[in-house]
Design a protein around this ligand. Sequence first.
Ligand code: HEC
Ligand code: HEC
Length: 332
Amino acid sequence: MRYLKIFLVLALLITVAITVFNTYKNTPLAEPKLEANKLNNTTDLWQAPEENLINQEANASEILYGKELIQNTALYLGPKGSVKSISNGMNCQNCHLEAGTKAWGNNYAAVYSTYPKFRERSGSLETIPKRVNDCFERSLNGQALDTQSKEMIAIVSYIKWLGSGIIKGDKPVGSGIIELAFLDREASTEKGQVVYESKCQSCHQANGEGLLSSDKKSYAFPPLWGKNSYNDGAGLYRLSRFAGYVKANMPLGASHNAPILTDEEAWDVAAFVNTQARPSKNLSKDWPNIAGKPIDHPFGPFADGFSEKQHKLGPFKPIKAKRAEMKKNKTT
Ligand code: HEC
Ligand code: HEC
């Protein structure tokens, strides 16, 4: 009997010890968000903080609503949206993969650390809400969200939370879109069509207009061109953004360390898709300083003398060289 008691007491003590050990093992001592975002060395890719840490935040419900809006934008703000009808049926997540957390998946890692930021496109200092509205007006070919609205506050809260462990000014490795090396030739729409038909069409459809989900409110496969796609003022309309995005993310399942397309295929399919019909935006207020246009911005006038066609499809290396030359002449 006495031995049984001793045994039971010992068993209890061991259980308590194990529980205490496990609790401490799973509880980081420092601020958990910082820990999750920290990079051990420069070759480490950014990782989003653990989603369950959201609940520790005072504004958890705001952050969670923001995440929901990024993932299911169309249900709230699309043509049949429950809150407002101000966008084309696409979700932010169609382009900012995994709710803006995927490495090289056009994620939001560097947004909170680098905004407000001067941007040449608008020629002004842009805040996060302004940048979010750029995507509403261009990528979602829609209208801006009221900056005081519950929805904008939620989206910004989520983006802030994602990037809150990153030191101001830092751009973690893996944030945004990968930069592919320029080809030596013009990107080929003919070769791109072949890539499209063999590797993209099964999901994005022969007419490029995607496929709606069974709820008819959002897309199972989002459109790549046509009336419900991004407009010609959107980031993806620039060849380098499209090529970099698909290289690390498409066909669905590809990633930066397991890409499916070669660089050439990525540039060529970008050329094919971005020469199909899509909505156009009045861009007359963009690029007040024309010398600030990116090499692959496809609308003139340009300060470097190259044609719109070459700015759209390349070859880009001669433009890059000429610009470097112009810059050198200016400073000497
Ligand atoms: C059709 C694709 C697409 C959709 C849909 C889209 N975006 Fe974007 N977004 C982009 C591209 C491309 C960029 C520019 C990335 C670059 O230049 O590296 C961008 C940039 C951004 C940035 C700035 C990122 C940075 O690091 O500077 C924010 C913030 C953003 N988008 C928010 C949103 C939000 C919020 C939504 C939904 C309302 C949305 N986007 C929908 C394609 C899209
Ligand atoms: C197996 C299906 C599938 C294939 C094949 C596929 N995609 Fe996608 N694609 C998707 C899905 C699904 C999304 C949206 C991802 C999300 O919301 O998480 C997407 C998103 C995109 C986007 C951003 C959203 C948009 O509509 O503008 C682009 C650009 C894109 N794909 C290009 C391509 C290209 C180019 C190919 C061929 C090289 C390709 N995809 C092949 C399923 C596919």
